[in-house]
Structures are given as C-alpha cells and as structure tokens.
Design a protein around this ligand. Structure first.
Ligand SMILES: NC(=O)C1=CN([C@@H]2O[C@H](COP(=O)(O)OP(=O)(O)OC[C@H]3O[C@@H](n4cnc5c(N)ncnc54)[C@H](OP(=O)(O)O)[C@@H]3O)[C@@H](O)[C@H]2O)[C@@H](O)CC1
Ligand SMILES: Nc1ncnc2c1ncn2[C@@H]1O[C@H](COP(=O)(O)OP(=O)(O)O)[C@@H](O)[C@H]1O
Ligand SMILES: [K+]
Length: 503
C-alpha cells in the first residue's frame, strides 16, 4: 500500500484522469459510492444521516454519498457550510445530481445554527475539508468543527478528518476527531504520525479506480505488509553453511549494560545469522556468554580506545557490524576507527548515535552502507531539533537527514519510518505498546544486522527486520502475553512464529 502527500495524490489523480482516461466526475462518484457502501455495512437504515459539505471536492464526495445513502433507504440531509458560488466543477455537478432527486439541502452559515440542526441526527459525515486544506482554519468552519467535535454522535470523515493536512510537518489547528475515516485511495502521511493519527479514529481505504501505475510513478512511500515481506525475503539456501548466512559483529556493552549486547546477539542469531561475534569488555564476557552460548567473543580492553591491528584483523572476516548498544557516552575512538579502517556495512544504534553525531562527515565517506536506528529522542539529538518537532515531521526530517548524509534511517516509534539515502520511504506499523520497554531496540538492532547481511537490497532488508520485530510482539500479545508483561527477550523467542507464517 502506498502512502502519499497531498501533492502526490493530486499528481496521481491527474495521471488517472489524463492517462487513464477516467473523468474526475467518475472518480468522485466512485469515491462517494464506495464510502456509502461501507456505511451501509455498519449502520442500519433507521439511523439519521447528516452530511456536512464544504466547498471543495471533499464536499463533492459528500453530495455523492448523500445520493447513494438515500438510494439505500436512509434519511439523509446535506448541510452546505459554504456559499453556493464556492461549489464548482465536479462538486457542483454532483450537488446538482443530489438536488435532482432530493430537496434535503440546508445552507448553514454559523456554528450555532449547525449545532441546533445536528442534534436530531445519529451520524454526521464529515465532507467539509479534504487534502486541499491550507493554513489556519478560518471561521465559521473553525467553530463548526468545534461544535461537531462536542456532539455525542458518530463522526465519519471522508478522506481525512477535516482540518488535518495530508502532509507531515504542519501545525495542527482545528480538526474533526473522527470515529472512523474512509480514506480515498491511499493513506496520507498524517495517518502515520504519532501526533495526528489519533484524529482518524479507525480508518480504511476505499479504492476508486486509480491505476497502480499512477502510484509507481508518483509515490515514493509504502506501508510495509506481509505481501512485500514474502516478495523480498531471501530463501534459505538448502546447501548453506554458517559462513554463507552472514558473519555479524555486535560491539558494545559497558560494564553496567551487558544486557544490550546479549539481546542484540541473540536476536541476530534467532533471525538466522550464521555466525555472531560479540566484541565487548572482559568482565562482560562471562555474563554475556552464559546467555548467548552460540556466539563467539572478541575481547576489547575497553570501549573507548582505538582499535588495534589484532582487532582489525579479526573484524576483516565480518560481513556487517552493529555498534552502540550499551556502549555508553564516554569519549571514544572506536566508532571513528570502524568508519575509517573497515569498509563494512555499519548499523549504529543507541549510545553509538551520540558518537556518530560528530562523525557525520566521515560517515558520508564510508565505503559501505550505514544504517542509523534512532528513536525520536536520538533523532532530535542528531538533528538539533526537539522531540515534538521530530514527531510532527517524521517523514520530512528523516528524508532530509538520509539524503544529506547518504545513510539509511530507521526512525523508531509506533510507526517506524525507514528511509533510504535516495529518499524512498517505508512505514512499518507492526508492533504494539508492549514494545515500549527497555531492550526492545537492542533486539531490533540484532534482527536488522542479520537482515542487512542476508538481503541484496537494503531498504527491504530494514523493512523486513522491522516487520519481524513488530509482528513477533503482535503474535505474543495475541496469544501468551499482554502489552504489560512483554519483555525484549520474549520478542526474540517470538520470531520463530513469525518465520513460520512466512514460509
Ligand atoms: N484523490 C482523488 O483521486 C480524489 C479526491 N477526491 C476528493 O477531493 C478532495 C480534495 O479536493 P480539493 O482539492 O478541492 O480540496 P478540498 O480540501 O476539498 O477543498 C478545499 C476547500 O477547503 C477550503 N479551505 C482550504 N483551507 C481552508 C482553511 N484553512 N479554512 C477554511 N477553509 C479552507 C477552500 O476554500 P477557499 O480557500 O477556496 O475559500 C476550499 O473550499 C480529497 O480530499 C477527496 O475528498 C474525490 O473527489 C475523488 C478523487
Ligand atoms: N507503542 C509502540 N508501538 C509499537 N512499537 C513500539 C512502541 N513503542 C516502542 N516501539 C518499538 O520498540 C522499539 C524501542 O526501541 P528503543 O526505544 O531504542 O528501545 P531500547 O533502547 O530500550 O532498546 C522500537 O523498535 C520501536 O519502534
Ligand atoms: K473530510
């Protein structure tokens, strides 16, 4: 499934009209009829339906929905919230179609009037503003949205909750809090931003006949799902040996944080890596090895000094490196040596990201791919922004950073946004609040390390890793665990079940 900005949706729409030859009026009719069909499946025909229509094409969708719902036998009234001259083009056409068969059109000019009118209804269908919204919401629409939000009736939004923009990064002003949103064709960015997804309520998409080629040409963002995982997940070679399944190196684990590397190493092995070596300080080796006997160990005198020739020689055989889990923030030469002296794919997580910040220039010169896996706080630190700023613009901030520094960014959260150096993006929305617990990020790093070693194409490697991680948590919570008791170690054990569903 593709995810779009407003500009991309308009391009896609134009493509369908120009190349596909499908008139705008027909697309609008399809949109309205599809939404009406969904409503019929949810509400009895004795529910009174109010449609609030604005001046753009979103309002046009509202007129089409009214016509179909009336045909299905509902009592429907359209409340037009703008002056007649505002309704143009396809919207005006469909308004006329409604008027040809019904006289239930009421002009409403202020919010008090709207409040009085709507109290008699069971459901309000919000077709006030679509993806064409811009700037602060103007009166009287502003107060009307407030009135609707305070009414104790079901609110269904068409395409997008009115007042909410499609794109991330825009300050949210006044928005309909929908119970349900029927998104036309493709979800918009704000459906996957933590601050704004809440306004959509539950959502589903309705298809209106736009050809897939339009998306391939005009969108660079996908929501990752099982279909894509199956298409991109590498088959395990029957004749594989441990060396051909990837030799990974996990570097980290201060004295006070041995758990982080145990989790990463075990997760990497459970995900299918052939060999995992853990490089850590002497005191941690007995602790770590008792929990992860399948790994081998490389002794580092500390995690701050330069790497020795012996270290570099040992790491030469490695296929990819994950560094930073439990490494601490003390000044260290380790990361700069990994960047300069070894040309291995490098995944940097946790405290490693603090060490990476002054090394973004050398990272740009690194001869192998670089992946960073920050949560919002770490991304804010890397970009000199605040956490609310990152939350508001996860797509644009990740894209700018990935393009500028030519690296892969896995911005972790409820919706994890994965960005390639060319700006292509994937959203992974598997997983649940059980993952909001220390150590789950370390597990993800281990999984991603293996995926990086086993896939040819890195963006799908990272997306597949996030899918495995989230899906493991979802299965565990559906069956033996709850979001409260889930532990990072459980997520590692849950991977087996996810793999079984992929074969
Ligand atoms: N994608 C598809 O394939 C298809 C998409 N379709 C539908 O089209 C929708 C997009 O339509 P669109 O471009 O006409 O935009 P939309 O939001 O309805 O109208 C803008 C209106 O809002 C107003 N307005 C703007 N900002 C405002 C503010 N701050 N405060 C107050 N008012 C504000 C603006 O007023 P004006 O500035 O002109 O005074 C204008 O009247 C899309 O979401 C989907 O539902 C379907 O029909 C089928 C095919
Ligand atoms: N509410 C949530 N819903 C889904 N996934 C979540 C949620 N909270 C956290 N996660 C996931 O859990 C992981 C947490 O990573 P991170 O914050 O680095 O943890 P730690 O550093 O403690 O190991 C990320 O993969 C993130 O996407
Ligand atoms: K709307």
């Amino acid at each position: 499934m593709y995810i779009v900005t407003a500009e991309e949706m308009y391009e896609i729409d134009r493509y369908a009209i120009k190349k596909g030859g499908i008139e705008g009026k027909i697309l609008m009719d399809n949109a309205g009829s599809q939404v009406a069909q969904r409503i019929v499946q949810t509400y009895d025909t004795n529910r009174k339906m109010a449609i609030v229509a604005g001046g753009g094409n979103n309002g046009g969708d509202g007129f089409v929905i009214a016509r179909y719902l009336a045909e299905y036998g509902y009592e429907v009234t359209v409340f037009q919230l703008v002056a007649d001259h505002k309704i143009k083009g396809d919207a005006a056409f469909h308004k006329q179609c409604w008027l040809n068969t019904s006289d239930k059109l009421t002009h409403v000019t202020d919010s008090h009037q709207l409040k009085q009118r709507l109290v008699d209804f069971d459901v309000v269908i919000d077709a006030i503003l679509g993806i064409g919204v811009s700037g602060a919401i103007r009166e009287p629409i502003r107060s009307m949205i407030d009135v609707i939000n305070h009414l104790p009736i079901e609110k269904i939004s068409v395409d997008i909750p009115s007042g909410l923009p499609a794109n991330d990064g825009i300050h949210v002003d006044q928005v309909i809090q929908a119970n349900k949103t029927y998104i036309i064709e493709a979800p918009k960015e704000t459906a996957f931003c933590e601050d704004t997804s809440i306004y959509y309520g539950e959502w589903e998409t309705v298809k209106i006949g736009i050809p897939q080629t339009a998306y391939v040409k005009h969108s660079s963002k996908k929501r990752w799902c099982k279909k894509y995982v199956r298409a991109t997940f590498p088959k395990r070679d029957k004749y594989a040996h441990k060396g051909s399944n990837g030799r990974g190196l996990v570097i980290g684990g201060q004295l006070t944080m041995p758990g982080a590397i145990v989790l990463a190493a075990r997760a990497a092995l459970r995900s299918g890596a052939g060999l995992i070596t853990v490089a850590t300080v002497k005191e941690n080796i007995p602790i770590v090895s008792s929990s992860c006997i399948e790994a081998t160990y490389h002794l580092l005198p500390n995690l701050t000094n330069r790497l020795t020739d012996r270290d570099l020689e040992a790491f030469e055989k490695i296929d990819a490196i994950a560094v930073g889990m439990g490494i601490g923030r003390e000044d260290s030469q380790l990361l700069s040596d990994l960047i300069e002296k070894l040309d291995k794919p490098l995944l940097i997580d946790a405290d490693g990201l603090y060490h990476a910040k002054p090394l973004l220039e050398p990272l740009l010169q690194h001869k192998a791919p670089v992946v960073i896996t920050p949560h919002y706080g770490e991304m804010a630190m890397l970009t000199d922004k605040t956490v609310p700023e990152v939350k508001r613009s996860p797509f644009s901030i990740s894209r700018q950073f990935a393009e500028k520094h030519q690296l892969y960014v896995v911005l972790k959260g409820k919706y994890t946004v994965i960005t390639a150096p060319d700006g292509e993006q994937i959203v992974s929305d598997q997983g649940n609040a059980g993952l909001a617990k220390g150590g789950t990020g370390d597990v993800l790093s281990g999984i991603l390390l293996t995926m990086v070693m086993q896939h040819k194409e890195l963006l799908s490697a990272l997306a597949n890793g996030c899918y495995l991680h989230g899906k493991s948590a979802d299965y565990l919570v559906e069956e033996d665990h709850t979001e409260r008791d889930l532990l990072a170690t459980d997520v590692i054990e849950g991977l087996s079940q996810v793999f079984r569903t992929l074969s």
